[in-house]
Design a binder for this molecule. Structure first.
Ligand code: WT7
Length: 635
């Protein structure tokens, strides 16, 4: 029996039990079976939840790009590694073979070296979904530089915050990007950000939209001529198992974004293993994940996981609505996609459109459908199952986080019976626990609680860059000897898990993790705003949308409320990005507060949800009278 590929449900249960009984043996066999190592490990896992410290495959030496590229060249050198589907359907798709990928990554790696990037240096990547994005990530990994990709929809302020936090030496960007019918001037966003980023020495600029941009003398360089001249082979840097691979920022419930630090060997083993099993990838399959590589989904399941399996992975530059709402289905037909992995918010948006957009395309190549990013509601699940999967393709509802590095809970397609809205069972090696308010583990089935993980797994984030204390407080302090996810979950009568949503002040909007505190900070920067509170409310496409309650300063002058709303959202767009804009802004006289001055978000949340009959206990409020007014004027 191969440990690497689970073939029956029985085998899954067997392997799961083995992974709990003897995690070291379980992971060792997987690591040995599928990967190339320059030196094997001394110890599979070593950990201490109290520090917290986690080490996987200590003593091992490797380069992840050898595993993702070099070893495939001899057996599948001409196979397409990356299939690039451009924004504009009239532009030809690009098939980059493993051989070609090797050459392009090596050239890029040599350019990085020439530009002074060394092992351990941080490189910020701010690119649209073009091949250079995947190639630059791999080029960093080739030479041991730590990549930090920032989603190219983030604003200049958000970009600057991230660059400064990890003190990146270089930014890799493009002259612009295409997004549906629009073009976006990325380079000027970078220029603005760099006004406050002293650590940046070099900016490499890829050409995408051929716009007329200015290069800053001594700092900015066109990428193409440098690549042209670079040597096409680059000896990989031999890395230690626990050397940093990348930093990826995610929002917390409070404070600045958290730079989640992922390391090399454990991340590689876990993302490869989960990719193979969750998508049941076979040699001639064409796999497509619609996420942006700027999020963890793209890191793990567009780049590293698929390439470590010698897969063909699609990179899509565009949006689901361009040139029309049939684009996803058209691309599935065009490239004969076998596995399709997307987000519930995209499914809900497409389900609103005419069914002809789906039905006019041949989707018979599909074998597995996936979702990620937020709980999928029953209606969207059935729409996906009926119309895209034609009731014959299993849906893998995959639960995981930026912090977990890889998929933690998911059905295995064709093995685990699926159940709408349930992520079902933990993957082998993942030991879950549900915890009650008092911090006690809840055993048995038909229970719900806070979702924790009580044994380390290879791809867990090892720290928050520059702030290990915050890592400890956020994830390991709520309960002893456990990782706390921030999510609530229930376990049904057969032991299936269903994620019920966040239990902290993080709101998932269109699958994106947003903390309320940083958005409130932005709102409060408006000169007319005295105070604000933000909560989520259900939205039929985005899952959740944001509702802001805003107290204005008394200035004596009348302000046009619609203008104020626009200005507030403008500030949010500048500080964070358009994804964090408020759908509703209600101007209020006061906010419900406890006697200690804490805003009672629970009440605001109920009002935003229109659940007015049971507001709970308001007697502890300092100012119960404001609640009535807020209700009267709710939007
Ligand atoms: C949060 C993590 C993992 C990549 C994308 C998001 C929510 C994620 C599911 C799912 C229910 C889900 C959780 C989690 N989430 N997948 N299948 N069912 N909820 O990564 O930005 O780090 O967000 O997304 O609340 O904690 P992220």
């Amino acid at each position: 029996m191969s440990n690497y590929h689970v073939k029956t449900l029985e085998e899954y249960f067997q392997l799961y039990r083995k992974s709990v009984r003897n995690p070291e043996l379980f992971w060792e066999e997987i690591a040995e079976e599928h990967f190339v190592w320059r030196k094997k490990w001394d110890k599979v896992v070593e950990y201490d939840f109290s520090k917290p410290e986690f080490k996987w495959f200590e003593g091992a030496k490797l380069n992840i790009t050898e595993n993702c590229i070099d070893r495939h060249i001899h057996i599948r050198g001409d196979k397409t590694a990356i299939l690039f589907e451009p924004n504009n359907p009239d532009e030809e798709a690009e098939h980059i073979s493993y051989k070609e990928l090797h050459k392009r990554v090596c050239k890029f790696a040599n350019v990085l070296k020439e530009q002074g990037i060394k092992k351990g240096d941080r490189v910020c990547i701010y690119l649209p979904m073009i091949p250079e994005l995947a190639i630059s990530i791999l080029a960093c990994a080739r030479i041991g530089a730590v990549h930090s990709v920032v989603f190219a929809g983030f604003s200049s302020t958000a970009l600057a915050t991230r660059i400064n936090d990890c003190e990146a030496k270089m930014v890799i960007t493009s002259d612009g990007s295409y997004r549906g019918a629009k073009t976006i001037d990325l380079k000027s966003i970078v220029d603005e950000a760099l006004e406050s980023c002293p650590s940046i020495e070099t900016v490499l600029v890829a050409k995408r939209i051929h716009s007329d941009i200015e290069l800053k003398e001594g700092r900015d360089k066109w990428l193409a001529p440098l690549l042209e001249e670079a040597y096409q082979d680059c000896v990989p840097e031999i890395m230690d198992a626990e050397d940093p691979l990348f930093i990826l920022y995610t929002s917390g419930s409070t404070g600045s974004p958290k730079g989640m630090l992922h390391t090399t060997a454990g991340y590689m083993v876990y993302t490869a293993y989960t990719f193979k099993n969750v998508f049941n990838y076979k040699e001639n399959d064409v796999y497509w994940c619609t996420a942006d590589i700027g999020w963890i989904t793209g890191h793990s399941y567009i780049v590293y996981g698929p390439l470590a399996n010698g897969a063909t992975t699609v990179m899509f530059e565009g949006v689901p609505s361009y040139p029309d709402f049939g684009r996803f289905w058209e691309v599935i037909e065009k490239h004969k996609i076998t596995q399709f992995y997307t987000a519930p918010t995209a499914i809900r948006a497409l389900a609103k459109e005419n069914l002809d957009f789906v039905d006019s395309h041949d989707l018979s190549s599909l074998k597995v459908l996936g979702t990620v990013g937020e709980p999928i509601n029953e209606e969207a699940w059935h729409w996906y199952n009926d119309n895209v999967g034609k009731k014959k393709n299993p849906i893998v509802d995959t639960w995981w986080q930026t912090e977990t590095g890889g998929i933690m809970i998911s059905p295995l397609p064709y093995l685990t019976p699926t159940k709408p809205t349930y992520a079902t069972l933990p993957l082998p090696g993942i030991q879950l626990a549900l915890i009650d308010e008092k911090g006690k583990e809840i055993k048995g089935n038909q229970v719900d609680g806070r979702l924790c993980v009580k044994y380390p797994w290879p791809s867990m984030a090892r720290s928050i860059w520059g702030n290990h204390q915050r890592y400890k407080e956020t994830y390991f302090s709520a309960y002893d000897n456990m990782y706390f996810t921030g999510d609530g979950a229930l376990r049904d009568e057969v032991g299936y898990y269903r994620i019920t949503g966040r239990v902290d002040d993080v709101i998932i909007v269109s699958g994106h993790n947003l903390g309320t505190a940083p958005i409130e900070d932005s709102v409060n920067e408006h000169p007319a705003v005295a105070e604000s509170a933000i909560v989520g409310f259900p939205h039929d496409v985005k899952g959740n949308a944001l509702y802001g309650y805003v107290i204005l300063k008394e200035t004596g002058e009348e302000r046009n409320q619609d203008n104020l709303r626009k200005e507030i959202n403008q500030i949010i767009t500048e500080h964070i990005g358009p994804i964090a804009k408020l759908d509703k802004i209600q101007f209020v006289e006061g906010l419900p507060k406890t006697r200690s001055g804490k805003i009672m978000r629970r009440i605001l949340r109920k009002i935003a949800h229109n659940e007015l009959s049971n507001l709970g206990d308001v007697s502890t409020l300092l100012n119960p009278e404001v609640v009535e007014n807020i209700i009267k004027e709710r939007l």
